[in-house]
Each structure stands twice: as structure tokens, then as C-alpha cells.
Unconditional design. Structure first.
Length: 380
């Protein structure tokens, strides 16, 4: 498949200067889009390895778990989806949702310092179509149900405490969450064709049992308005329809906060949106003008680089660099009926975890899911 690079030129003289937060967004939005054939910051992808994964020189990959097979003492769940990493002693933990009905939930892989798997365990059970989610500054994992009147569940990646439903965060088709510690709010996406972008303000930061749910309204300069009934019981009162001025997005997906900006994807819009929280403005850092397709889960690195996983497309993870370059850093061949999910970096930034939700089988039940680790000289 074709290697691609999409360059947004920000202005003469800026070149490859790295930006973060609002400056990152301002530079990208000011740019003129043009397509450039060339390599990203890691160089071109090489030939596929034994697992069908193409990577730049200097990067290696391994399979760490497969759906329905034993790993660390449990059967790894089907349809692995959203994920995140957490420091754990000298090692780390990778958590992963399961996007299947009724038994969805989430599991965790605990790694030793040398990268070997110490054990695996469940952190959430008996929930429904757990799609994406997000981590919190107090080291919990927010697992989101992508169903009608879905809930957010706050879970413990370390497995010491039971999961708690957080209905104050709204009952809708939840996708992802991203915490903004600067304003002490949590942003939420909604996977509907006319979905909304929400902001939850806890009564007490660190306690998600109560708070205020708001919806983004307006166009470029935006405002937030309260959702009158965050837990509607009837179809006609769904959260996305309660505020007439609400801004709608086609298929809200991944969500990532860094440096004053919340980046979120909408697969129907084919955009990576950027909400500047300080200025309360909305723009985009990728508008579908290139060939990055099926924008879905998103994560970021301390370098300011964003990593966007494809749902479909040609099964790549693409980097969006602060200088505007968009290029693949990984491609899976032979898995065209799957999607890339749950990208997350280890705490030291040297390992990237993600899953192919249905693997080579393309099985809708996700029984062919594969969870990978890529190691290499990531910018961090």
C-alpha cells in the first residue's frame, strides 16, 4: 500500500520548529495545506515483518496478547479497544477495553521492568460495548460504554478497588474522555452522526460522583451551556438534543488533552479537531485533505507529536508532528477488515501499545483481536 505524507506549511521560516498547546494549534491553523511525497520524522516504512507489520528502521514489534488466548493467567478479552498506560513500581501497566455486548469490561497487562508480562487481570466486568475512554491524573481509567444511555465507569488499573459507574458524566453513546487538569474538567466525545462534544466539571476535582455536564455550542468562537438532564430516560430527551445551539460532530472518536488544547477526532468529519481551552476557540489540525483515513483513537507524546489510529483505511497509525507533517509510523497488512485501537505509550515513552480489534479474521465479535507492542526511538 502507498506510503503517505501530508504537510501543512505553517509559514515561511517556521520550518520544523516544535510547538505545543495553543501555539501548536495556532501554527497549524494558520498554514496552507499542500501534499508532499516524503518520509515522516522516522523515515519510510520498511517491509512487513513476520506479523505483517511495517515499521520504520530501528523499530521492532511483538504480540503481547491475543483474544481468547491465555496471557498472564487470564483469557485476553475479545475486541480490544481503548487503552492507556500507568507506571507501576519498576514496571508499568497497559489497560484495554473490550467492545463486545454484555460482557465487555476491561483488562490489564502488568509488565516487569524488562518488558516481560508479570500477570494479567480484569478491572471491569459485565458492562456493554466498552469502546474508548481516558486516564485521569489520579491514575484511574475511565471506561466508556458506546451504547444508548451508556455510562462512564471509573476503574482501578492496579486491580485493588472495584469499578464505579459515574452517571453524573452523562448517559449517552460515550466514546472517549480526556482530563484537563488546568481547568479541572473532563472532555467527552459522543459516537453519533450528530454527536456532541461535552465538558464535565466535577464538584470536587478527583471525585467524579457529582458535577456539571455541559455541551459545546457555537462555531469558531465557542461557549459551553449546561445539559439540563444528563441522564435522560426517553429518546426525545437525549443529551445531544437538549440544547438547540449545541455544535454537532459526525462520529466523535478519540480524545487527547495536552498543553491547553483538547484534540479529538470525528470519523465522519474526517478531522482531527482542536479545542483551545484558554481562548475557547475551535479549529482543526487535520482536515481530511490528505490520505489519513478513518481517524479514530488518538494519543500524544511529550514531544508534542500526536498519533492517530485508523479505523479501516489501510490500517496505519499516523503521526501528526508539530511542524504539520502527517505520515505513517506503522501499517498492518492483511487486516483490512479490522481497526487500530488503544494507542498508548509506556511511561518512559519508548514503547507504544495498541490493538488490531479483529485481527486477520475480521470477525465482528472481535475474537481475532491482537494486542501489540512497538519499541523504538520515539520522540519523547
Amino acid at each position: 500500500m502507498q506510503r503517505r505524507t501530508f504537510l501543512r506549511t505553517v509559514s515561511a521560516g517556521l520550518g520544523a520548529v516544535a510547538f505545543s498547546g495553543a501555539l501548536w494549534q495556532e501554527a497549524a491553523l494558520a498554514g496552507v495545506t499542500r501534499v508532499v511525497r516524503g518520509a515522516g520524522p522516522y523515515g519510510p516504512l520498511g517491509p512487513p515483518d513476520g506479523n505483517g507489520m511495517a515499521l520504520p528502521a530501528g523499530f521492532t514489534a511483538r504480540v503481547v496478547a491475543r483474544s481468547g488466548r491465555q496471557v498472564g493467567g487470564i483469557l485476553w478479552h475479545p475486541a480490544p479497544d481503548g487503552g492507556a498506560c500507568y507506571a507501576a513500581g519498576t514496571g508499568w501497566i497497559y489497560v484495554s477495553n473490550s467492545e463486545v455486548p454484555l460482557i465487555g469490561g476491561a483488562s490489564a497487562l502488568r509488565f516487569r521492568a524488562d518488558g516481560s508480562i508479570e500477570r494479567a487481570y480484569r478491572i471491569l466486568n459485565g458492562t456493554n460495548l466498552n469502546c474508548a475512554g481516558g486516564s485521569t491524573p489520579w491514575n484511574t481509567w475511565l471506561s466508556c460504554e458506546e451504547i444508548f444511555r451508556g455510562r462512564v465507569y471509573e476503574t482501578d488499573p492496579y486491580g485493588a478497588r472495584g469499578a464505579q459507574a459515574r452517571p453524573a458524566m452523562g448517559r449517552f453513546k460515550h466514546e472517549a474522555a480526556a482530563c484537563d487538569p488546568d481547568r479541572q474538567v473532563i472532555y467527552l466525545t459522543e459516537d453519533e452522526q450528530d454527536g456532541c462534544f461535552y465538558r464535565f466539571t466535577p464538584t470536587t476535582w478527583g471525585d467524579l460522583s457529582s458535577g456539571r455536564l455541559e455541551v459545546l455550542c457555537g462555531t469558531d468562537q465557542v461557549e459551553w451551556r449546561p445539559v439540563p438532564d444528563p441522564s435522560p430516560a426517553v429518546l426525545e430527551r437525549q443529551t445531544r438534543h437538549q440544547v438547540s445551539a449545541a455544535r454537532h460532530f459526525d462520529g466523535g472518536e478519540g480524545c487527547h488533552y495536552a498543553g491547553g488544547v483538547c484534540y479529538f477526532t470525528a470519523k465522519g468529519d474526517r478531522k482531527v479537531w482542536a479545542y483551545d481551552a484558554a481562548r475557547q476557540t475551535l479549529g482543526s489540525v487535520y482536515d481530511g485533505g490528505g490520505t489519513l483515513d478513518g481517524v479514530d483513537n488518538i494519543t500524544g507524546a511529550a514531544s508534542g507529536d500526536l498519533y492517530v489510529a485508523e479505523d479501516g483505511g489501510n490500517m496505519e497509525i499516523n503521526i501528526i508532528a508539530p511542524d504539520g507533517v502527517v505520515a505513517p509510523v506503522m501499517r498492518l497488512d492483511g487486516q483490512g477488515e479490522s481497526e487500530i485501537t488503544g494507542p498508548a505509550f509506556s511511561p518512559d515513552g519508548t514503547r507504544l501499545y495498541f490493538s488490531s480489534q479483529r485481527g486477520t479474521s475480521g470477525n465482528i465479535a472481535g475474537t481475532g483481536g491482537i494486542t501489540y507492542e512497538v519499541t523504538g526511538p520515539f520522540r519523547h
